[in-house]
Design a binder for this molecule. Structure first.
Ligand code: NAD
Ligand code: IPM
Ligand code: MN
Length: 350
């Protein structure tokens, strides 16, 4: 039977708790659907940094290269500055494996309460398509006149034609399989160099997809419309930073970021893709055993779908829906259950 080889990186904080449940549910799905999960665990994290002075070994990327996918919990914890921990582990994986399409589905699940009034299950149903390798997350910059009154710090944002076009194309292709509507997040009124370029490429790409309805909003009013009219949106495409912000906002409108998944895809499948929750290491609840494991488990469902197990992936989604609606649930979604209890319930609902 098929064996799926996964590199698991639980990382920091609640990443370690929710990873256990993700593995539990994927192992249960494998048993049920007749394939095998072969896990290799990597302890790369802020604790690893404390021991070794780096977030992962120098050949860390090469160690991951031959796996079918990477399954990640969360990275970052007080004690190591975030720009060190994230640029030492998570972001290098995204970049080295050219995982340029960050796909973040958002769905108002039955049993989950939206903070917005009058929203029924299913009435929020969108797909954030986030550019994941360039944009505002720049590597070029410099300090000038450091330590003086004239101190300046310059950080570059880079938008390449290839980089912009491939994420726009991915968004339109997604829309063709969904509601045939793409919204572009822009800010061409303020960011007068990069964003007019983004708009220009968006308009050109749209010409290839006459069946797809398009619109664009400046990021400021777009955040307001997510809250006022989340039902307007199907596929929303954004740059690295805008996509990051929208992909916490949209799940919050649909109840909680704790259930939101994230696929970092290398669509050409030259390199492994990576699957993780949208949320971080949640230091405020780390070690308490109450983290909601659904974001990790849903990301696992996306991973199985990507690796050719769509039935197992769909079964996991049904199990998630059942347990979110009926419990046991963790406190963030109104229950009293622990992470382990909720994970076990999802595994047995399979
Ligand atoms: P966070 O997502 O870790 O937490 C934000 C809030 O949401 C906290 O109150 C937390 O308790 C709650 N929350 C998050 N996930 C939850 C879950 N599964 N169940 C219940 N509640 C949950 O965001 P933050 O506080 O900005 O970041 C903490 C650390 O994580 C930082 O170091 C940050 O850089 C890092 N981070 C990593 C990733 C990643 O690895 N992909 C993503 C975001 C943040
Ligand atoms: C995410 C996170 C990361 C990002 C951080 C931790 C670098 O917020 O995956 O959404 O901004 O990409
Ligand atoms: Mn984020």
């Amino acid at each position: 039977s098929t064996t799926i080889r996964i590199a698991s990186i639980p990382g920091d904080g609640i990443g370690k708790d929710v990873m256990v449940e993700g593995i539990r549910v994927l192992d249960a799905a494998a048993t049920k659907f007749g394939f095998r999960m072969d896990w290799k665990h990597f302890d790369w994290s802020c604790e690893y940094y404390a021991r070794h002075g780096a977030m992962m070994p120098a050949d860390g990327i090469d160690q991951l290269r031959d796996f079918d996918s990477v399954y990640l919990g969360a990275v970052g914890f007080p004690g190591v500055p975030d720009h060190i921990s994230l640029w030492g582990l998570l972001i290098p994986i995204r970049r080295e494996f050219d995982q340029y399409a960050n796909i973040r589905p958002v769905y108002l699940m039955p049993g989950v309460k939206s903070p917005l009034a009058g929203r029924e299950p299913g009435s929020i149903n969108m797909m954030i398509v986030r550019e994941n390798t360039e944009g505002e997350y720049g590597t070029q910059g410099r300090f000038e006149n450091r330590g003086t009154e004239d101190e300046r710090v310059i950080g570059e944002a880079t938008f390449t034609r290839k980089g912009v076009d491939r994420i726009l194309r991915y968004a339109f292709e997604q829309a063709m399989t969904r509601g045939r509507h793409v919204t572009s997040a822009t800010k061409s009124n303020g960011l007068a160099i990069t964003m007019p370029y983004w708009d220009e490429r968006f308009a050109l790409m749209a010409r290839n997809y006459p069946e797809v309805r398009t619109d664009q909003f400046h990021i400021d009013i777009l955040t307001a419309q997510f809250v006022r009219n989340p039902d307007w949106f199907d596929v929303v495409v954004g740059s690295n930073l805008f996509g990051d912000i929208l992909s916490d906002l949209a799940p919050a409108c649909a109840g909680t970021i704790a259930i939101a998944p994230s696929a970092n895809l290398n669509p050409e499948r030259i390199h492994p893709s990576m699957f993780e929750p949208v949320h971080g290491s949640a230091p405020d609840i780390a070690g308490k055993g109450i983290a909601n494991p659904v974001g990790q488990i849903w990301a696992g469902s996306m991973m199985l779908d990507h690796l050719g197990q769509p039935e197992a992936a769909a079964a996991i989604m049904r199990a998630i829906e059942t347990v979110l609606a009926e419990g046991p649930r963790t406190p963030d979604v109104g229950g009293k259950a622990t992470t382990v209890e909720m994970g076990k319930a999802i595994a047995s609902a399979l």
